[in-house]
Design a protein around this ligand. Sequence first.
Ligand code: ADP
Ligand code: MG
Length: 330
Amino acid sequence: MQHEYIERSFFSLGTVNYIKLYNCKDQSLLDLAQKRVMDIDDMMSAYKADSDISKLNSNSGRGFIDIHEDTYKLLSRSIEFSTMTSGAFDITIRPLVTLWGIGKKKNFIPSENEVSVCKKLVNYKNIILDHSNCRAALENPGQAVDLGGIAKGFAADEVKRILVENEIDSALINLGGNILTIGNKPDGTLWQIGIQNPLAATGQHLGIVSLSEKTIVTSGSNERFFIKDGVRYHHILDPLSGKPADNCLLSVTAIASGSMDADAITTSLFILGFEAIALNELKQIVNNEINYIERSNTSVFGNLGFEAIFITKNLEIIATSGLKEKLRIL
Ligand code: ADP
Ligand code: MG
């Protein structure tokens, strides 16, 4: 049986967004969802002069500016992730993002000196929040924030909230790879979401995850990158080195309830590696076999419930043990 659906693709948040609603004919609901995403982009984009973030950045070192409650929420959650990850996740990364210009400047590698100058500006502890007046400030001139590692997840959560409030019980939301599902597929079965092979063309999957009512988010060095002299330069920057994060990983996927948290988690894990969530029982890596990590309570994320899939540079797949029944390797 064919299930009826309506769908919408649109550009916002610097990426392509897609929403598909089953058993619903109401286009105005898609309008509402799209408008919410675009409003979030208007508030949070570092590339729009009138956004809260651009105002905050251009006012750095000069005191507070008023921001929307949504922006406040993202700033404060981002700081919590910085604390959890000892600064690996740090939205004051923007001076380095601008310097490297991955995906903007062509194959540009900055000098050690340029990196070190920008790196000094990166410090989440210099974001000052004033809760009672919904204001924020950046302590030092030249400092700037970038919500690229968390805003899409927040927007996905907001789209889901709007759809659920409007009685949608089966839908797929994909905001530039931040995938969020509502309910089950219309035939009652689980959603099947592909895990992209980071080294192959889009749509070539290494595995399939079955899920319902969850978000699945991937961060990887294959989103925006260039390769020079065998080195892959990409858009997830390690605040410690000031350079693209470099470890054994090509991508990290998180499966969780909330997309904002999953977004911050994958960006963080890409920098920290799997040691950040599991220390006690990392199974031996064997070719073509899924390797499960037993999660220990040493996770830097405390008791934030999530599962993760790591793809290493050798295309080995390592997953947390909660995915045993849900992840199928192709
Ligand atoms: P994508 O945007 O491709 O889905 P991510 O969610 O991992 O991938 O976000 C990457 C973006 O996060 C970068 O483009 C940049 O804007 C921002 N970013 C880069 N490094 C960091 C970092 N260490 N902490 C927080 N945000 C970062
Ligand atoms: Mg992210």
